[in-house]
Design a protein around this ligand. Structure first.
Ligand code: PMP
Length: 460
């Protein structure tokens, strides 16, 4: 364990560092970020020596848990053998090809070709450019429009944030770029409260069709969606939603893109979210769990028909990154997938820790502040409400209660995220039963502790 001068690091953090997705005034006022110094299993340690149970698997990514020596060793060996080479100009490296074959095998069916990038955002930028290029090659250049959902998250690059449906992101930088349409999300607790699930599923899916008709089916290139919206607040679509969306895409000949950046590689108890929900995408975006976050790498898988269209053209696909198929990242990703297979972690999520997590989170349903709990595999959300049995929020506005409960959780030794007024969870696949029980006990204590402060919001 290395010693760090945390006071000095926090000073330098304010003096020189701009962390991602952050409120810089708040960080300056706090005297610097919380500095995470080490981690093991499902636990992280901060610079003050506090052990914190990581209920978020880093940023929805450290699926195999922290401290995997073999991932460090494989990176070391690959760096000595070939630290870098690109995949431009008809070259490729051994790990990139091996990883492509591995991921294609896991995806199965028509999804047999993989394009590598470094981040989820880039995976979706690749989707954006590839889909428009594909339709041009098909002689249908007017098919340019992407349909996405409000509150979707597809990344932070210009195309990623535009494909996403985050109003706060759109407000910065004049987004979305033209040609992207956002429709309602299948968020029953907020947008279909009290509505019968089947009717809500149909209404949310039909919003996709309505928009296709409004913009003209011949102008639509693709629909993109996360199987479960993660950063939007762990929005689990009701049964029937995805098959209906798929049928709508097929009806109008529109490509279906599954953004599996969070759901891919076992998070929902199957290798991919589209398998869990029973649909067949034409394109799949992946990142995070591909390498469990140990090194940056992402992937965009495309169907055979798309590849045949690309191969029928004598033009280059003029797209790609210096780090597309980075050999060290690819070698680490390959070993990460081997760990998931060897330790049967997808089965563990489906049949062991997932069901335990579901029961543990559901045990919070009796708390007076809890309006709904929901889980899907190892994703979970707890909706905080001012009045049980309703979806009314504290202080009459969304977003006041979530951060209060989150801060109490972190102070209690659990890292979770607040998204508006829900506490969301995404623990590593290796989290133990006892750790899940501890997670839920900390959340219950945090809800109890926050109750007084939140009651004051009601009278304010
Ligand atoms: N798509 C989804 C579904 C995501 O959750 C994320 C990241 N949270 C992204 C894309 C973007 O990935 P990255 O941050 O690696 O660019």
């Amino acid at each position: 364990m290395r010693n760090h001068d945390i006071t000095e690091l926090r000073r330098q953090d304010v003096a020189h560092h701009l962390p991602a997705q952050a409120n810089y005034r708040l960080i300056a006022d706090m005297g610097g970020s919380r500095i995470i110094t080490r981690a093991e299993g499902s636990t992280i340690w901060d610079g003050d020596g506090n052990a914190i149970l990581d209920g978020m698997a880093g940023l929805w990514c450290v699926d195999v848990g922290y401290g995997r020596k073999e991932l460090a060793e494989v990176a070391y060996e690959q760096m000595l053998e070939l630290p870098y080479y690109n995949s431009f100009f008809r070259t490729a490296t051994v790990p990139a090809i091996a990883l492509a074959a591995k991921v294609a095998g896991l995806l199965g069916g028509e999804l047999q070709h993989i394009f590598f990038n470094s981040s989820g955002s880039e995976a979706n930028d690749t989707v954006f450019r590839l889909v428009r290029h594909y339709w041009t090659l098909k002689g249908r250049p007017e098919r340019r429009i992407f349909i996405s959902r409000h509150n979707a998250y597809h990344g932070s690059t210009v195309a990623g944030a535009s494909l996403g449906g985050m109003a706060a992101m759109h407000a910065q930088g004049g987004l979305p770029i033209p040609g992207i349409e956002h429709v309602m999300q299948p968020y029953a607790f907020n947008e279909g409260f009290g509505e019968e699930a089947e009717a809500f599923a149909a209404r949310a899916a039909d919003a996709v069709e309505a928009r296709i008709l409004a913009v003209g089916p011949d102008n639509v290139a693709a629909f993109i969606g996360e199987p479960v919206q993660g950063a939007g607040g762990v929005i689990v679509p009701p049964p029937g939603y995805w098959p209906r969306v798929e049928a709508i895409c097929r009806k109008y000949g529109i490509l279906l893109v599954s953004d599996e950046v969070i759901c891919g590689f076992g998070r929902l108890g199957r290798w991919f979210g589209f398998q869990h929900f029973g649909y067949t995408p034409d394109i799949v975006a992946m990142a995070k769990g591909l390498s469990s976050g140990y090194l940056p790498i992402s992937a965009t898988a495309v169907s055979r028909e798309i590849v045949e269209t690309l191969r029928a053209s004598d033009r280059d696909f003029v797209h790609g990154y210096t780090y597309s198929g980075h050999p060290v990242s690819a070698a680490v990703a390959l070993r990460n997938l081997e760990i998931i297979e060897r330790e049967k972690l997808v089965d563990r999520v489906a049949h062991d820790i997932g069901p335990h997590f579901a029961r543990a989170v559901a045990s919070l349903d009796d708390h007076p502040l809890v309006g709904e709990t929901r889980t899907c595999g190892l994703l979970g959300a707890i909706e905080i409400v001012a009045e049980k049995g309703t979806n009314r929020r504290f202080g009459g506005a969304e977003g006041a209660a979530g951060p209060v409960v989150r801060d109490a959780c972190i102070a209690g030794g659990l890292m979770v995220r607040a998204i508006r007024d829900s506490i969301v969870m995404c623990p590593p696949f290796v989290i133990t039963h006892a750790e899940v029980d501890r997670m839920v006990a900390i959340i219950r204590a945090a809800l109890d502790e926050a109750a007084l402060a939140l009651a004051a919001l009601e009278t304010a």
